[in-house]
Design a protein around this ligand. Sequence first.
Ligand code: R5P
Length: 296
Amino acid sequence: MGPILFSMPGNEAFTGLLATHLQCETGGIEVRRFPDGESYIRLRTLVVGRKVVFVCTLDRPDEKIAALYLATSVTRELGAASIGLVAPYLAYMRQDARFQEGEGVTSAHFARLISGLCDWLVTVDPHLHRHHDLTEIYSIPTRVVHAAPLIAQWITQTIGRPVVVGPDSESAQWVAEVADAAGCLHTVLEKTRRGDRDVEVSIPKTDDWQGMTPVLVDDIVSTARTMAAAAAHLNAAGFSHPVCISVHPLFADDAYAVLQRAGVDIVASCNTVAHFTNQIDISEPVALAMSEFVCG
Ligand code: R5P
């Protein structure tokens, strides 16, 4: 018997795409809050002896984690053969060091929590910086899908004469991969972050960019201050319409308005987090990565 995919709230569209690629069943699950704020979970599809997959992207993780913990625990209690988690966006990965006294490496604590819920994990471009591999903090099998090939395809199909720009050194890894696949130039800026919403980036050398469209590519857009600072510098250097692409469109609070004010016309993102800027569908390679765990 094939696997059952359960969508946690908000993941229905992506779960539907995965089920189509894998030609498998989606299960019924009721997730709601009791009046006192506790979570209620009920599986409406039998899971005994079945391979079960929860699809739950982990932006705004603190709002989601109790329900995910209970849903996976109930599934285990009801006799599923295995439980996998597809989390296209994996939270807490940026807390990969003790930056100030009294802090902790919360990415590792979050990884221990997730590793206790499920038997395997598939995610998309987790923010690997000081951790070089998910195996450093996750104790379950993990598979990472890279968005770069699909981002490069979108760029070549959409933007004439692009130059790919990474807003900081952490973006160098995917910016080089995207530019290589798109067959265009790339550069990486230097970023100084002084606070959650206070970011400065260096001015790029743009002499040989005449007639080109800068395409800013970053893994995460959260407050959008990083992208906005980079876009403002590009505007000042005479490039009036930079394009912004993110793998994970978190868009906290006024982030989209901030990008618009910075003179960005086109914002595109992968559908790792549902957002109206989603233009790059990452579900096919995610389904392929899952098939190793659920098929056969
Ligand atoms: C961190 O280095 C990430 O790659 C992103 O650059 C960062 O998370 C973006 O954050 P924000 O949108 O808040 O500037």
